[in-house]
Write a protein that binds this ligand. Structure first.
Ligand SMILES: CC(C)C(=O)/C=C/C(C(=O)O)=C(/O)C(=O)O
Ligand SMILES: [Fe+2]
Length: 295
């Protein structure tokens, strides 16, 4: 069993790096940690970065999760290979670029590129946010899969993820710690990143951010609303490069592991996705082919 400790990052291709970085800083409110000619790293909390842009084609390159140490990484490699999953060990240069000590990469059964990393660098200095959006942390990431049940079988048989709730066969919300979900899988035609989430400090932050985005003509995809699963108040909006961001406040924590029973919500019920009965749709950022596995 591979023990995921936490989410680490999203790596995204950027056809227009300057615009992608400008939006992430000036609109989303992230801190620009480092910028080179063709790359940029942004953070929301102590992690060195939670979002990296690499100049090139638009699309998600990979998502990263932390494991505890090199033994856990070696165990993960063995476990994945025994399950027939091709694993590629990261290079020293790749690790430096990711600001981790070591890593490996693999594809989930649908072609989402996932990286497992050890020792993601922490930056203890105070955050210098691009604007006061109220961000407290990188909250969760959501992958697309054409078969959410099969994705659940993959994540729950090889990894320590536990399902917190189902939204029919449309979404599976998975936890790796007391937070209701750090990984979600949504039904989509092809692999990709549905969205990345940032927790904010208050309900007021969600609503202030909503006004801020509206005034600037940013495309709001869904919200403000309230998810009955995590009870979080949410706001999804579209950024450059096809990347959907979510702010949310008030995510449920599951503190009694033994007592929690995953619930099943019917997505066709009017308040199964938004308790305030709003309507919206979240468009995904497609996975870029990395050549990790021939398909
Ligand atoms: C929009 C989807 C279908 C949804 O309802 C997601 C639920 C939650 C939540 O309960 O907080 C998310 O934020 C999520 O999975 O992204
Ligand atoms: Fe979300």
């Amino acid at each position: 069993m591979i023990h995921l400790q936490d989410i680490a990052y999203v790596r995204s291709g950027a056809a227009d790096l300057a615009t992608a970085v400008g939006f992430a800083v000036d609109v989303v409110g992230l801190e620009l940690v480092e910028r080179t000619g063709d790359r940029a790293w942004l953070r929301a909390d102590e992690r060195h970065h939670c979002l990296a842009f690499v100049e090139g084609r638009s699309g998600v390159l990979s998502t990263g999760f932390t494991v505890s140490d090199e033994n856990a990484l070696a165990d993960a490699e063995r476990t994945l290979e025994a399950a027939g999953v091709k694993v590629v060990r990261g290079s020293a240069a790749g690790a430096r670029e990711r600001h981790v000590r070591d890593y490996l990469a693999f594809e989930d059964p649908f072609g989402n590129v996932v990286e497992l990393v050890t020792d993601q660098v922490r930056l203890p200095r105070p955050l210098a946010f691009g604007r006061p959006a109220g961000i407290t942390e990188f909250g969760h990431l959501c992958l697309d899969a054409p078969d959410v049940r099969a994705a659940y079988r993959f994540w729950s048989s090889l990894f320590n993820t536990r399902v917190s709730d189902w939204i029919g066969d449309r979404a599976c919300l998975l936890r790796i710690d007391p937070v209701h979900h750090k990984l979600a899988v949504f039904k989509g035609d092809r692999p990709g990143l549905c969205h990345m989430n940032f927790q904010v400090a208050s309900l007021d932050d969600v609503m202030r951010n909503w006004r801020f985005l509206e005034e600037r003509g940013v495309e709001i995809e869904f919200g403000p609303g309230r998810h009955p699963q995590s009870t979080a108040v949410f706001l999804y909006f579209k950024g450059p490069e096809g990347l959907t961001y979510e702010y949310s406040y008030g995510v449920r924590r599951i503190t009694d592991e033994q007592a929690w029973r995953p619930r099943y919500f019917d997505p066709d019920e009017p308040d199964a996705i938004d308790m305030w009965r709003g309507k919206g749709s979240i468009s995904s950022q497609p996975q870029l082919s990395t050549g990790l596995v021939e398909r």
